[in-house]
Design a protein around this ligand. Sequence first.
Ligand code: B12
Length: 418
Amino acid sequence: MALNWQVLIISVQAFIVSVKLCEIPEGKIDLIKSFNGELLSATFDYSNDANPSVYIGLRLSKSHNLNKEEEYFQRLKTAMEAISASRLGIKEGDPKTGLLALQLMAQKVSCENIETPIRNRLFTHMKYHLHKEKENIALNGKPLSNYFQYSLGILAMCVNGKIVDRHVVHKLVLAEEQNKFGYGETISIDTEAMAGIALLCVKRVNNYPRELVMHIKNSVKSIKDKIVTSQNTEGELGNLYSTPLAVQFLSALGGRKDKDTCSKAIKALIKGVEKGKFSNPAMMSQLMPVLFQKSYLDVANVDCESSINNPLLIPVSPTDDIVLGNEFIHVRLMVEGQNFNELIKVPSRSSLLDILKTAQDQNSKFSFETKNTLYGPLLTAVNKVAGYWQLLKEPNISLIEGIADYRPEDGETIILRL
Ligand code: B12
């Protein structure tokens, strides 16, 4: 009998450990509440389109301001109706796979029954996009958008209970096997994690051929290994901003052996939140599920019945609301290959975007263009040269924030590299 009890206790413990794999340390309730309020305040931004990723983040929280969420969803719904009414197709150079996927996930977590014809049309668009992405992989060795969005598309279908074409899944596992989720030498841990979450979702479908199922399992294992190996001394998986998705993957995988990795990563994330490093709503939205020990797999089973309104959850303005300093700083701006190298004088705490604007206003030899994205403004052209402009600071350190979020220090040199 005593032995039986022991067995029972051990198995119950095992269960608790696996459920609480990526646990948040105690005493962080206020921090999480204010983080939740800050994400909610992002829904008050009418200068941009509603961001489905923000909505998903809010819905995967345990605390809800149902009125505000509902208002925001109405804005998303308008966008969904427009997509659904549009003709099937992809404008050249502008695949919307990721956005469409996020819309479908947002619709799922909304608990609202949107009209079936609109819903069905969105799925038709999604299938079409995945098909076109797959064709491009076959032809050119890479998706039209990127593997992050391709994975997001697969995940969106899967969490909505739709079977994903096995050839589409096969292309993703092949890409993992061939180490295609990186840029140059560096692996994109964000992409590994998103692919991993998508594969964990489709792994549950039981009518794929056995060989594909084996490939899926191997890929999940290989993704896990890459993610665990990417942990740095700070505890981050990849960098601070890939850590939320990496933790989502690990917690969805639920392997107890990764508990230590996970808790170090959570510590790094909490430290990041405390230091005000998560102010970008897109980044906050990827972190939100982690704070409630959830992952994007939970989009499949949000509990609509128990979504209780919490009127105490109110929008909170970010803790370190950015106020430009009274003093001035000097930042050197260099455009590689264009012989541009100037010292720019701006108020302290200016963003890189402010610096680029100042440079443009003061210097006829400098101009730039941006494109709005879910993460904020992306630098798309410098002095009329369009392309992927990488942001670096001396001595050759790639920035991990975009132009609107990064705030250089006095004396720093910023390099724009095509
Ligand atoms: C793919 C990707 C890229 C690709 C995008 C092009 C392509 N081939 O698809 C490339 C390599 C060009 C890229 C560039 C950059 N990226 Co990037 N990128 C991603 C990734 C993996 C997926 C983005 C995506 O498709 N999202 C889904 C769709 C639905 O969103 P979307 O808005 O429609 O997609 C567009 C934008 O996201 C835009 N984009 C991509 N990265 C970034 C970064 C910023 C700051 C902005 C404003 C826009 C932007 O490209 C997408 C395709 O057009 C994310 C990972 C993540 N965790 O989200 C990182 C990520 C968003 N990128 C990041 C960074 C830092 C950058 C760079 C600033 C790096 C640098 N030092 O130069 C640059 C942008 C510089 C600039 N010119 O303004 C960080 C942002 C962190 C933060 N605090 O905001 C992330 C989270 C990666 C990370 N963990 O460090 N990126």
